[in-house]
Design a protein around this ligand. Sequence first.
Ligand code: ADP
Length: 216
Amino acid sequence: MRIILMGPPGVGKGTEAVLLAEHYHIPHISTGNIFRELYKDNTDVGKIAMGYIDRGELVPNHITNEIVRHRLMEDDAKDGFLFDGYPRNIEQAKAFDHLLKEMGWKLNAVINIAAPDEVIIERIAGRRVCETCGAVYHIHNKKPKREGICDLDGGKLVQRADDMEETVQRRLRIYCDQTAPVIGYYKSKGSIVEIDGTKSIQYTDSTIKKVLGEMN
Ligand code: ADP
């Protein structure tokens, strides 16, 4: 199964991506997570990327596309993958098409989880992530067993620097200007599934699995 998961920042893509990747036994490839890992590992590219991320801007395409190319060459991606947070503009979508063609691979589905700005802002304001493993929680919708502590490794739950309100507004603007057109791009190819992202995590998950089951 080769899937792209799209949607505005904070809509629940990351949470859903983990569930789908487990279900289909495919790697969850989040460009945001890769950049954060590269930063944690003290690499130059990680430091450059984090400058853009903290400001709520997109990391330049030449860096992002190169990182995706490398990731797709890894062994675990040969039988399928789920992309979360990529492609995020038309140039990335075209570069990804090119790369897939080169590999002789076709996408099974492009899924767009949609929600209005008010819902997004509320979700991001309540989002907390584990400082050590990056697992994602929400103070109302996805509470950890112990407040402020990660269920998986006991790490401290913190707010991401780019989840502060002003930065979120910038991310939403960039989403609207640059990422929303990518939905149109895939629509014109006739390959997008629209999902209502305003409901529960369970609703989103079961709806996506049902649609994918019917398609493939
Ligand atoms: P969210 O989906 O909530 O915005 P991500 O973890 O996907 O969170 O992305 C965080 C940040 O990482 C983005 O705001 C951007 O700066 C950077 N980033 C992630 N994916 C890409 C991409 N495909 N192109 C450029 N920048 C990216």
